[in-house]
Write a protein that binds this ligand. Structure first.
Ligand code: NAD
Ligand code: UDX
Length: 480
């Protein structure tokens, strides 16, 4: 029986390994992590992450050929293939701070693999890493190898949160990069044999190591760039009376462009896009390519601009001040169908409104109050390490309350901001919400999910990203 060990039981390690276990009953899969809390949750009925479809798979495989453990060393020792899926956040201090990827977790995992191994192993980079990381990892492993042979493969993950299981079941492609040597090719074939249990042969792409590593950064940069492009257009739509949905549709029907990933929004969030573009920018700068670095930096600048623009719209519409006004925040996760808040635009929007002294009442169906309070009151660095934190104490503020449903959040509010596109926000009783709000009652839709005409008929003043402006907003100061 082939044994797989995955280091890192996070948003990638957990779902990816659960699907491998499901599709490959003859493989034993053990997911290990240094976080006792996280492993305990994986072994319980309350999994540490919310991901549609995941519970059923874990229930089906756990205890058969899927295990979760904190005994990292034992399971690495026993494994034939070791996936490394640890976090690779942006460095917060030292050389490259604010841009470069922090490879501390990766390096310590690699040293541990070298220390405990007594047999040859394939080590798979699952984390997103800077191009050429495999070379550094190879050095760490071979300098500590004691005669053991390691083959490094790059197998970046392309799943998106909220759709992780369907993405893993039916990926657009699986990418495997390896050394172009007989041993490297053999290792590639071994990993290919795992995926080919359910992924059609033609969708498994093999490349050299550096192409695989760089393709992951490139894919995320291209995706984020589409969002910044449509968001940049949304500002122009508001200034001209064009409708961004109509523009996106017209642009996306060109088969060379395609219709997906063209929804204007309050800005992209998530743990990957910003981190990976900053990393790309840093790599370009280190390789003497300042123009290329500047090009990609602009994707993040537009994203920041979009979040600021939204806050300015809210404040400007409400007579240029939100001091002591109650604003309901509907949705805090960075997208629907996840409880993840890393880099969610809601953090910046809420902080912007709090900066103008608003009172916030926040509702999200999957994000806990503790998580929201941490995100709003703790250092940014902490968002990538939520599982290791102690509950916040004394840092919450009367200006922020977290409530259990949208009606409670909006009661007596002056304005409503829709920041995540949860399906349930489409079917709310907006007449009831209007009746219970202070007047004039405002809705600011950061996800373009509400029916603007219907809400205006009820009596709301409505702002929606990139849509023709409400006459009320036209009279307010221009925002940039
Ligand atoms: P995560 O923070 O959810 O999980 C990482 C886990 O690794 C944590 O539980 C942490 O405790 C554990 N860990 C860190 N160092 C360890 C060590 N030395 N030994 C054992 N466990 C250790 O991160 P994630 O969202 O799963 O992302 C993991 C990687 O995958 C990142 O490089 C990310 O860029 C990449 N990625 C993420 C996504 C996504 O949607 N989240 C998608 C594609 C790729
Ligand atoms: C992303 C990549 O899609 C995935 O391939 C990679 O493996 C990890 O990073 P993720 O961040 O989980 O996945 O979600 P994604 O669906 O890409 O959304 C990212 C952000 O962009 C979200 O905040 C989302 O709301 C926003 N978005 C997405 C838009 O604003 N408009 C769109 O059209 C699409």
């Amino acid at each position: 029986m082939v044994k797989i060990c995955c280091i890192g039981a996070g948003y990638v390690g957990g779902p990816t390994m659960a699907v491998i276990a499901l599709k490959c009953p003859s493989i034993e899969v053990v997911v290990v992590d240094i976080s006792k809390l996280r492993i305990a949750a994986w072994n319980s009925d309350q999994l540490p992450i919310y991901e549609p479809g995941l519970d059923g798979i874990v229930r089906q495989c756990r205890g058969k050929n899927l295990f979760f453990s904190t005994d990292v060393e034992k399971h690495v020792y026993e494994a034939d293939i070791v996936f490394v899926s640890v976090n690779t956040p942006t460095k917060t201090r030292g050389l490259g701070a604010g841009k470069a990827a922090d490879l501390t977790y990766w390096e310590s995992a690699a040293r541990m693999i070298a220390d405990v191994s007594k047999s040859d192993k394939i080590v798979v980079e699952k984390s997103t890493v800077p191009v050429k990381t495999a070379e550094a990892i190879e050095k760490i492993l071979t300098h500590n190898a004691k005669g053991i042979k390691f083959q490094i493969l790059s197998n970046p993950e392309f799943l998106a949160e909220g759709t992780a299981i369907q993405d893993l079941f039916n990926p657009d492609r699986v990418l495997i990069g390896g050394r172009e040597t007989p041993e490297g090719e053999k290792a590639i074939q071994t990993l290919k044999n795992v995926y080919s249990q359910w992924v059609p042969e033609g969708k498994i792409l093999t490349t050299n190591l550096w192409s695989a590593e760089l393709s992951k950064l490139a894919a995320n940069a291209f995706l984020a760039q589409r969002i910044s492009s449509v968001n940049a257009m949304s500002a122009l739509c508001e200034a001209t009376g064009a409708n961004v949905n109509q523009v996106s549709y017209a642009v996306g029907t060109d088969t060379r462009i395609g219709p997906k990933f063209l929804n204007a929004s309050v800005g992209f969030g998530g743990s990957c896009f910003q981190k990976d573009i900053l990393n790309l920018v840093y790599i370009c700068e280190c390789n003497g390519l300042p123009e290329v670095a500047e090009y990609w930096k602009q994707v993040i600048k537009i994203n920041d601009y979009q979040k600021n623009r939204f806050v300015n719209r809210v404040v400007a519409s409400m007579f240029n001040t939100v001091a002591n006004k109650k604003i309901a925040i509907l949705g805090f996760a960075f997208k629907k169908d996840t409880g993840d808040t890393r880099e969610t635009p809601a953090i910046d929007v809420c902080k912007g409104l709090l900066g103008d002294k608003a009172r916030l009442s926040i509702y999200d169906p999957q994000v806990t109050e503790d998580q929201i309070q941490r995100d709003l009151w703790m250092n940014k660095f902490d968002w990538d390490h939520p599982i290791h934190l102690q509950p916040t104490s004394g840092s919450s503020d009367k200006k922020v309350s977290v409530v259990l449903d949208a009606y409670e959040a909006t009661k007596d509010a002056d304005g409503v901001c829709v920041l995540t596109e949860w399906n349930e926000f489409n079917s709310l009783d907006y007449q009831k919400i209007y009746d219970n709000m202070r007047k004039p009652a405002f809705v600011f839709d950061g996800r373009n999910i509400v029916d603007c005409d219907k809400l205006r008929e009820i009596g709301f003043i409505v702002y929606a990203i990139g849509k023709p402006l409400d006459p009320w907003l036209k009279d307010m100061p221009a925002v940039a």
